[in-house]
Design a protein around this ligand. Structure first.
Ligand code: PLP
Length: 439
């Protein structure tokens, strides 16, 4: 209560704007996730540069949330800001390809190892396209996802495993559809269940993150899990779609390159254009040829993929700048080094107090959790979530100028994050733990 009072009393402008917004924005926010900040109303952003964010009440934050990975490479990277200004003066959207579309596809192919690409506006959008294409080219109806996954607001994927069958996920709008008709759900790391679910050859694709990152606590693959997943999908004629929207924090080629995965289709979103809405999906030569035949083949073309603003000139210019000047090997080296520092700082506090908590790190991304060991499945991850403790930490940090992602205890280091920023987080995290323990 004291932390809430401190938060509210220091933010009169944000509070007034939130009250005014009740008359024009449903719930007072333009997008539901923004209501998840602790304190009753979100801080209102006025400026965000690099690893710093300023709110309407004049507070400055070290931002470790970074737009829940949308600004993984820092806010308004200078190279992206410059190219966006130049492109805005030259033209924004024309439903024609720009030269940058070809350059970006070549850059993506070189970086991620998949030869063919198509664009989308967001990772949600990309995943919707991918599911449609997977069904089209396999002629199969079902989609398989893992319990606890998140791939955007894509109906077939917002499902949970309950008593062995897929159900519309509780706590979500809907039910919009019958999940048993289109979806299969198994637990991550459960290879026997996966094999059984693929057996009747009805599954068009398995859509998965390399590690489940949309739970409080990352679910990491068991040793040998990914090669077995690849093997089982190949044997069943099911496409393997790796969604790297979050796990691109792992390294310049994402988790896929770092761990030698072999997806048929590969999805990228959020930070890929440095904060401008854009996404892309890559395909193997074989899948690319099938998609080409279906979408662009003579006499056989089918519609149903794409959108008016997809691959607009602004998004492509921003993506090119991000890939060539922002998400560089040296930027990743810095982000990963500071990710290690953040994890070490949190671990030091945990061991000082002898707490049964753990920390996971995927390159620039660090997450802590109030349990002794990482969960192996979505069910285990859900069982250990403690929203009240999470909110206490997030609010404590906000009140001291440190932003941590509200829906996870997730921190990201970006190219502009400094060692001093990490030291400040060490202090604030240490104080929060001491306050929680009453010591
Ligand atoms: N895929 C993954 C793995 C995600 O984590 C998310 C969002 O958190 C999405 C897709 C959807 O991204 P967006 O909300 O930008 O469409």
């Amino acid at each position: 209560a004291a932390e809430t009072e401190r938060y509210v009393s220091a933010r009169p402008k944000a509070r007034a704007l939130f009250e005014r917004a009740q008359n024009s924005l449903v719930g007072g926010v333009p997008m539901q996730w923004m209501s998840e900040w602790p304190g009753g109303f979100p801080p209102v952003m006025t400026e965000a540069q690099g690893a710093r964010l300023t709110d309407i009440d004049g507070h400055r934050y070290i931002d470790f949330c970074l737009g829940d990975t949308g600004a993984m490479f820092g806010h308004s990277p200078p190279a992206v800001a410059a190219v966006v200004a130049r492109q805005a003066a030259k033209g924004l959207t024309a439903m024609l390809p720009s030269e940058n579309a070809v350059i970006v596809a070549e850059l993506l192919a070189e970086r991620f190892g998949l030869p063919f690409w198509q664009m989308a506006l967001s990772a949600t959008d990309a995943n919707r396209f991918v599911l449609r294409l997977a069904r089209e080219i396999t002629g199969r109806p079902k989609i398989l996802v893992f319990n606890g996954c998140y791939h955007g607001t894509v109906d077939e994927t917002i499902v949970s495993l309950e008593d062995g069958i897929p159900r519309s996920r509780r706590g979500n709008v809907g039910p919009a559809f019958d999940p048993t008709a289109d979806s299969r759900v198994v637990e991550f790391n459960d290879l026997a269940a996966l094999e059984a679910a693929l057996k009747d050859r009805q599954v068009a694709c398995v859509l998965t993150e390399p590690a489940l990152t949309n739970l409080t606590g990352v679910v990491l693959p068991d040793p040998g899990y990914h090669p077995a997943l690849r093997d089982l999908t190949r044997k069943a004629g099911t496409l393997l779609v790796i969604d790297e929207t979050h796990t691109i924090s792992t390294g310049p080629g994402g988790y896929t390159r770092a761990f030698g995965l072999e997806p048929d289709i590969f999805v990228l979103g959020k930070p890929i254009a440095g904060g401008i809405p854009a996404a892309a999906f890559g395909m193997t030569r074989e899948v690319g040829a099938k998609v080409r035949d279906r979408l662009y083949g003579p006499g056989t073309s089918v519609a149903g993929i794409g959108g008016t603003l997809t691959a607009n000139a602004l998004a492509l210019a921003a993506m090119r700048a991000t890939l060539t000047e922002v998400a560089t090997d040296s930027a990743y080296a810095h982000m990963t080094k500071l990710g290690e520092r953040l994890a070490a700082g949190i671990r030091a506090v945990i061991s000082r107090h002898d707490l049964p908590w753990y920390v996971t790190q995927l390159g620039a991304r660090v997450e802590y959790r109030f349990q002794p060991t990482p969960p192996r499945t979505g069910t285990e991850a859900r069982a250990g979530a403690d929203g009240a403790v999470d909110r206490f930490f997030h609010l404590w940090c906000l009140n001291r100028g440190v932003m941590v992602t509200p829906m996870h205890n997730m921190l990201l280091a970006c190219p502009a994050t400094s060692e001093a920023d990490v030291i400040r987080h060490d202090e604030v995290f240490g104080e929060a733990v001491a306050a929680l323990l009453g010591s």
